[in-house]
Write a protein that binds this ligand. Structure first.
Ligand SMILES: [Zn+2]
Length: 175
């Protein structure tokens, strides 16, 4: 997630997104229905291959499969709803609480200097999977968007996703 108009560099920085952009892993039924929706399926996966970091009562946190930065989390309601205004008060409160916890945990384990937090609402606003609400929590470090052009296509995501998941899940406070 970047501020302003996306440019070509953004794609160079995020090679993990290329699978998604190319549609190679798009289910036949599409993302729009719960049966093909990765945010409906993620909490049901076996723990071993799950990228879920924390499970709340109504909302959960999962690593973005196509991160902009290491530790890029998505905070999702279990319910398959597209719009922030669709959340009931309890879901809204828990989404906020998990976002706060995510920030604390990421700061603790990786000393993030800042964050981009937000939701893209609708395909026109850049939501890749618009049918299921998800709040991005993207840690930022000073210089993370500055030195990358020097190394061009070799955007380094130094931790494998499973290792990142274990690191964050291990630091996540018990409910
Ligand atoms: Zn869904």
């Amino acid at each position: 997630m970047t501020v302003g108009i996306p440019d070509g560099l953004e794609r160079l920085w995020t090679p993990h997104r290329m699978t998604y952009i190319s549609g190679a892993d798009r289910p036949a039924e599409g993302y729009e229905t719960p049966t093909g929706c990765p945010f409906c399926l993620a909490p049901e996966r076996h723990l071993a291959d799950s990228l879920v970091v924390a499970r709340g009562e109504r909302v959960y946190a999962v690593l973005n499969l196509y991160p902009y930065n290491p530790g890029h989390l998505l905070i999702c309601p279990y319910r398959h709803v597209p719009d922030y205004a669709d959340l009931d008060p309890a879901e809204t409160a828990e989404l906020g609480a998990l976002t706060q916890t995510a920030m604390r945990v990421i700061r603790q384990v990786s000393q993030a200097h800042g964050f981009n937090i937000g939701m893209n609402q609708g395909p026109v606003a850049g939501a890749g999977i618009a049918a299921h609400l998800h709040q991005h929590v993207v840690p930022r470090w000073g210089g993370d968007a500055n030195f990358m052009p020097v190394i061009g296509q070799t955007k380094v995501l130094p931790q494998l996703l499973a290792d990142t998941r274990d690191l964050l899940a291990g630091a996540w406070p018990a409910a």
